[in-house]
Ligand binder design. Structure first.
Ligand SMILES: CC(C)(COP(=O)(O)OP(=O)(O)OC[C@H]1O[C@@H](n2cnc3c(N)ncnc32)[C@H](O)[C@@H]1OP(=O)(O)O)[C@@H](O)C(=O)NCCC(=O)NCCS
Length: 442
């Protein structure tokens, strides 16, 4: 094998540059030495949406999209989903290793110590309108948490980082459940720390007048698996938002609020909602061929199919499909599942989807499960944010401790006006955008 360098010839000047290659990458800053003269700032790499830019080194999750592999800290997602609990997985993600029995016990205890929220935070949440979107409530409330824990701004302090991590993982199901019950006008249920992480969450969501809520073990297990599958996923949009905001040394509550805000977008945390809408719209198996026709004509997309990274069956979708059947044994079969299974069968046999490597992704089945469990679609991104909090915190801490990281500050390619003379107000009559112009960006 030859030298680990990339040789670039600048045809503008005829100069040659040898740029080191490390981990299959070149440093974008190495390009800045390629200049035409002293006034030239040097070459920059242009990468809208950061599609081919590694912005950090990370040891947390690993994806091989062609092979359909997802691992947390080296452990395959399939094994974690089968053998671990969510809190065990969260420990692995946050700390880097699977816990021993005693460490797991301490970790569970430490998280449970933080499941309650300050009564003023409850009052804050009660201030939302009766029909507030639960994801908006979650984003706002997590941001508000920073005012309750001002010491959280000491982000370089290990003990502070640890406490805030436990607080966030402990409190986020409570905030999510309060947001859910707020929309229903139901009294809010305090945490029950005798229950598991997901059992307690189910209790805070669904408990009515019973003295002791006993979660259905199948649904409790289904949520554990769904939470494990959603705990981390490399440098996706919300994780990148967490790292960006964190790079300014903002406190971790602001960081998680920013990440959750990114997740609230339909391109990120909203795809499973779209799947449920699509399956309801199809309504019956007979209507599938018609839909496929429209999809192949490029008129619409098959929601829950395709992935930016996975060009093979999303490993999480395989696991979720199994869980769906277990859930239906309790909730009764969802009318959507037959349509989903038939749609998947037809699509996987069809050249259009095969050629483009379009397989079901995690969202194809998760929405059907949540729907069968009685969650309204607005809760879907909230259910995603709860487990992803462990991933966001781990990624944030990794970034804070990474000596190569500084405040994130991308470059731009300026394509606007060159300097021009200022126009006094009375000379601007027919120039420039009108306030009411329909084509302006805002
Ligand atoms: C996830 C997604 C945005 C990834 O997109 P991407 O990797 O950028 O892929 P592209 O948008 O470049 O699409 C590549 C080709 O596949 C087609 N395609 C991609 N996803 C498709 C889908 N769900 N249904 C039908 N066609 C699809 C595109 O039309 C394009 O076809 P073309 O080459 O003939 O133009 C995309 O697959 C999608 O929109 N899926 C549906 C929404 C969804 O489930 N999102 C959740 C992701 S976890």
């Amino acid at each position: 094998m030859g030298a680990s360098t990339l040789t670039i010839t600048d045809n503008r000047t005829g100069k040659r540059y040898d740029i080191p290659i490390e981990h299959g990458s070149i440093r974008a800053t190495d390009l800045s030495q390629i200049k035409t003269g002293a006034d030239d700032g040097g070459i920059v790499s242009y990468d809208p949406a950061l599609a081919n830019t590694a912005s950090c080194k990370s040891k947390i999750s690993y994806i091989d999209g062609d092979k359909g592999i997802l691992r947390y800290r080296g452990y395959p997602i399939e094994e974690l989903a089968e053998k671990s609990t969510y809190l065990e997985t969260a420990y692995l993600i946050v700390k880097g290793e699977l816990p021993t029995t005693s460490h797991l016990g301490m970790w569970q205890h430490n998280i449970k110590m933080h499941t309650m929220v300050h009564e003023n935070l409850k009052a804050f949440m009660q201030g939302f309108r009766y029909d507030a979107h639960p994801m908006g409530m979650l984003v706002g409330t997590v941001g508000a948490l920073s005012t309750f824990y001002p010491e959280a701004r000491h982000v370089m302090d290990l003990e502070s980082r640890r406490v805030q991590t436990r607080r966030l993982i402990g409190k986020i199901p409570t905030i999510a459940a309060y947001a859910y019950r707020h929309g229903r006008g139901l009294p809010w249920v305090y945490p029950d720390n005798d229950l598991s992480y997901t059992g307690n969450f189910l209790s805070m969501l669904f408990r009515m007048t019973e003295l002791k809520y006993r979660p259905d073990p199948v649904l409790e297990h289904a949520l554990e698996v769904l939470f494990i599958l959603h705990a981390d996923h490399e440098q996706n949009c919300s994780t990148t938002a967490a790292r960006m905001v964190g790079s300014a040394l903002a406190d971790p509550y602001s960081v998680v609020a920013a990440a959750a805000a990114a997740l609230s977008g339909p391109r990120h945390g909203g795809a499973n909602e779209e799947v449920v809408h699509m399956l309801r719209e199809i309504g019956s198996i007979d209507h599938i061929p018609e839909l496929i026709k429209h999809v192949k004509a490029g008129e619409r997309r098959l929601m829950g199919f395709g992935h930016r990274v996975y060009k093979n069956y999303d490993p999480r979708a395989k696991i979720i499909k199994e869980v769906a059947h277990q859930v239906f044994s309790v909730t009764g079969k969802s009318p959507l599942i037959d349509i989903a299974l038939e749609l998947e069968k037809i699509a996987l046999d069809d050249d259009y989807f095969v050629k483009r490597k379009l397989y079901p992704n995690v969202d194809f089945y998760s929405g059907i499960i949540y729907d069968a469990m009685g969650f309204p679609v607005e809760m879907f991104p909230v259910l995603f944010a709860i487990p992803r909090t462990a991933g966001w915190m781990a990624q944030w801490a990794e970034m804070v401790l990474d000596e190569e990281q500084r405040i994130a500050r991308p470059k731009q390619l300026y394509v606007g006006y060159d300097e021009r003379p200022y126009l006094p107000l009375d000379r601007r009559r027919d120039i420039g955008a009108q306030e009411t112009e329909v084509h302006g960006p805002l």
